[in-house]
Write a protein that binds this ligand. Structure first.
Ligand code: PMT
Length: 404
């Protein structure tokens, strides 16, 4: 799977003979992992039927700005917001001129104007039209505005001319689209992160748990994904939505969290254990609700497996980062866990400070690794996560070759 994994691409097809090649472009974008939705202009529909694109993309084709049916499903503003990337292929000379003018009298123009996503344009036209001062001037304006271009290629043209103006091959356009998302410091890396608390049941209505909200772990998942990684998040019960493009696996107990981690650790480059895992669980889970018995009650607990230590002990282990939640002797205890659990890095947070740590928006941390340390002062969990991800990225060993 490529750099477009779970990226949402709007492919706009204009009316040119190269429109038939855009059917293959849908496939090539999907090969890179993209989800594709297609806009066809009136001209495009003269060359290829919408049914072709509907079958390939798995979604109805968006055709018109004033299509009541389409607006009831995904309207043009929604479509514009949905996109992580807009690709126009083929883009005719007329399309370039309309983009320069900022026209919004058709669906393509309106979506381009309403979208904040990068715009990648693959021009296709007769070589003389391509070379014309008007087209070249339009090109310069669009480049100036940050529009990206794929091609055109040079060679034999459908009209019999030879020269620049052929649409770039679909595989090359898809490659260029993928490259736009491949520049992050964790590009191409696979990352597994644990987050949130675990719940260890006592009986059908009670459990042992802690105050972890999952915010720190989810912020790390978001930061790693933004840095280009493919992220799997093994999450205890929390009230949060999974970040964009992150695969989330829900678990409840420590044992389930361990099982999920071992199932997904296979080809990961990096494991970050941010979950607040219960160290102990009730020795037995009662089938019926436990009844009150006298003034005192003793619970018998048994040790849970240590997830991060288990992963660090694997024969083919990824780079392993743990957290240390401490209420005293922050450095001393964190150093102890770094060594005892055989970690490559530990992020220590002083959870006695009510402004940070469990169930707060902010955090502060002492980052320790065998090659140095860094103090990260009070900041949002998102900021801290981005710093941690960048620190990890500088230490990650070269990637092992993946099978897919
Ligand atoms: O979720 P939030 O509300 O945003 O709060 C964030 C946080 C305070 C939970 C987070 O910043 C944090 O410190 N996470 C680790 C909590 C913890 O359990 O720390 P620990 O010192 O008890 O454990 C040390 C390390 O071993 C941790 O990486 C932990 O995930 C791991 N561990 C612990 C026990 C166990 N059985 N298996 C484990 O993998």
């Amino acid at each position: 799977m490529g750099h477009l994994f779970k990226r949402r691409v709007v492919l706009a097809v204009c009316g040119g003979i190269a429109a038939y090649k855009s059917a293959e472009l849908v496939r090539r974008l999907q090969d890179h992992g993209a989800e594709v939705r297609v806009i066809m202009t009136h001209g495009a529909r003269e060359f290829v039927t919408p049914l072709t694109f509907q079958a390939l993309s798995g979604h109805p084709v968006h055709r018109s700005l004033l299509d009541e049916e389409a607006e009831r499903g995904m309207g043009h503003i929604e479509l514009a917001r949905w996109a992580d990337l807009v690709v126009i292929a083929p883009a005719t000379a007329d399309c370039l001129a309309r983009l320069v003018a900022g026209r919004a009298d058709d669906l393509l123009g309106a979506v381009v104007l309403a979208s904040g996503a990068p715009l990648l344009v693959a021009p296709a036209m007769n070589q003389q039209m391509w070379k014309s001062p008007a087209t070249q001037a339009n090109l310069a304006v669009l480049r100036d505005r940050g529009v990206l271009f794929a091609g055109p290629d040079s060679g034999d043209q459908a009209c019999g001319d030879i020269g620049p103006g052929r649409m770039l091959e679909p595989a090359a356009i898809a490659q260029q689209a993928g490259a736009l998302f491949a520049s992050g410091t964790l590009a191409g890396r696979r990352v597994l992160i644990t987050a949130g608390p675990t719940r260890e049941p006592l009986d059908p209505v009670r459990y042992i748990s802690n105050h972890s909200s999952g915010r720190m772990g989810y912020a790390l998942a978001r930061a790693a994904s933004e840095a280009g990684a493919r992220v799997t998040l093994v999450s205890g019960p929390v009230q949060l939505d999974a970040p964009e493009r992150v695969e989330r696996i829900d678990v409840t107990t420590a044992q389930q969290m361990l099982d999920a981690c071992l199932e997904h650790i296979g080809d990961c480059d990096l494991f970050i254990a941010c979950a607040a895992v219960a160290d102990y669980r009730p020795a037995s889970v009662q089938e019926q609700k436990i009844k009150k018995q006298g003034d005192a009650m003793t619970l018998s607990l048994t040790r849970n497996p240590d997830i991060v230590a288990t992963v660090a002990g694997l024969e083919h282990r990824p780079f392993v980062v743990g957290f240390a939640a401490e209420t005293e002797k922050l450095r001393e205890h964190a150093e102890g866990k770094l060594l005892a659990k055989k970690l490559d890095m530990i992020i220590a947070n002083d959870v006695s400070d009510s402004r940070i740590g469990f169930n707060s928006d902010d955090n502060a941390a002492l980052l320790l690794s065998p090659d140095g340390e860094r103090e990260i002062p009070l900041c949002s969990k998102d900021q801290l996560a981005r710093i941690v991800v960048e620190e990890i990225a500088t230490r990650l060993p070269e990637p092992a070759p993946h099978s897919s």
